[in-house]
Design a protein around this ligand. Structure first.
Ligand code: SF4
Length: 107
């Protein structure tokens, strides 16, 4: 199993997402859900960087973290499935630094 900080993950543009649910249906790890407004949301700790969601999104609203703009990485698009352990929290912070993520988790 790769470390949490080694997985690249995705960034979702919630402005262009139309809530079709294709990404949610295609993710083999159940790492995506539709939020209260019908927009796609990433469940950060479940993502395994499978990237099928990037390919399936008709509005090109999902980007690999390394390819997303700083503006997108500053707007919240992800949450955690659970309370992170201190070690997981460290991995999360390492990931933020590596990919330039400034948005806080939702919730
Ligand atoms: S596939 Fe794209 S448009 Fe459809 S819910 Fe997912 S992010 Fe939104």
């Amino acid at each position: 199993m790769p470390k949490l900080s080694e997985l690249e993950r995705i960034v979702i543009d919630t402005d262009t997402c139309i809530g079709c649910g294709a990404c949610v249906a295609t993710c083999p790890y159940q790492a995506l859900e539709l939020d209260e407004s019908g927009k796609s949301r990433l469940i950060w700790d479940l993502c395994q960087s499978d990237f099928q969601c990037v390919a399936v999104c008709a509005t090109k609203s999902i980007h690999k973290a390394s390819e997303a703009s700083a503006a997108l990485k500053s707007k919240p698009w992800f949450k955690f499935s659970k309370q992170l352990s201190p070690e997981e929290q460290r991995e999360f912070e390492e990931w933020c630094k590596k990919y330039g993520v400034t948005a806080p988790p939702i919730g």
